[in-house]
Design a protein around this ligand. Structure first.
Ligand code: CUA
Length: 315
């Protein structure tokens, strides 16, 4: 995976959010507890071997204490600790959460935000979240079960057709955090990444305001771009993809209104940049075999250039 779109290696050992921090603490306490008990048992075993099989003094005390009281006490303590700590993940905080909806599709993520004035904004394969504010993510699926896991930010939650699951994450460190589908969901399960960009609240606000705008209107200014726009409509792209302000309503494929502003194409398959969208049009079935978009290698180079140029200015 290209480093520029994968961000730091996703790791539960490097939490970048409140919930992931709590889960990390939980993990360390359980691992330390297990290690301490293992060391104690190894010590007792060594002692028993050194005694050459002679029974210890107070045999009944060892059986009742070591075989019953000790495991009951330690396991109850660890159980109570994990139950209390994980319950905190469900408790509503004092701060109003940002509500985002993520739908698992085959094989990409549809992301929906609502702006303060109630407008719905559809995006794909990329979540941007403000730092320090909890985000309540409503998880749904269309056809099959997926599972969302962003190791640096929180636990893993399934997306199940017909129900809505919730995941709360509160990013505390800025940066790009890679998430991945963690439940086998078909041919391209492995190529189903979701990038989470944690950013200062002010930047997030202006980003969302920008994403709520219709597609860039300078489309028709140059001849090349006008041809690209025309090709988009003529080749039937708009039967699957929406570009707000150009052709709205299609929901089968990712909304492309601001596709050029995303880090990657095809749910983490191809880093976005000059030429990437044109390449995707031609090589989609080689880059992501089985993706529900056909390749457009049959189009002539002029049309592909125009289409690529037009898509690339949808920032
Ligand atoms: Cu979606 Cu695996």
């Amino acid at each position: 995976m290209n480093a520029s779109i994968s961000g730091a290696a996703p790791s539960v050992l490097a939490p970048a959010g409140v919930e992931a921090g709590l889960l990390g603490e939980l993990g360390w306490v359980l691992i330390s507890g297990a290690a301490a008990i293992f060391a104690l048992m190894a010590g007792l075993l060594a002692w028993a071997v050194r005694r050459g099989g002679k029974p210890p003094p107070h045999t009944a005390w060892w059986v009742l204490g070591g075989g019953l009281a000790f495991p009951v006490l330690t396991l109850s303590a660890l159980l109570a600790y994990t139950a209390l700590r994980t319950a905190e993940l469900q408790q509503p905080g004092t701060q109003a959460p940002l509500v985002v909806s993520v739908t698992g599709r085959m094989w990409w993520w549809e992301v929906r935000y609502r702006t303060d004035d109630g407008q719905e904004v559809r995006l794909a394969n990329e979540l941007r979240l403000p730092l320090g504010r909890p985000a309540q993510i409503a998880l749904q699926a269309d056809e099959v079960i997926h599972s969302l896991w962003v190791p640096a930010l929180g636990g893993k939650v399934d997306l199940i057709p017909g129900r809505v699951n919730h995941l709360r994450i509160t990013p505390t460190q800025p940066g790009l955090h890679r998430g991945q589908c963690a439940e086998f969901c078909g041919l391209q399960h492995a190529k189903m990444a979701l990038h989470v960009q944690a950013m200062p609240a002010g930047d997030f606000k202006s980003w969302l305001r920008q994403q709520a705008q219709p597609a860039a209107s300078r489309a028709a200014s140059a001849e090349l771009l006008a041809r690209g726009r025309q090709a988009f409509l003529r080749q039937g792209c708009a039967s699957c993809h929406s570009v707000r302000g150009v052709a709205d309503g299609a929901r089968l494929g990712p909304d492309l209104t601001h596709v050029a502003s995303r880090h990657a194409l095809g749910a983490g398959v191809l880093p976005n940049g000059p030429g990437a969208l044109r390449r995707w049009l031609v090589e989609v079935q080689a880059l992501k075999p089985g993706a529900r978009m056909p390749g457009y290698a049959h189009l002539d180079a002029t049309t592909l250039d125009a289409l690529g140029a037009w898509l690339e200015q949808l920032r």
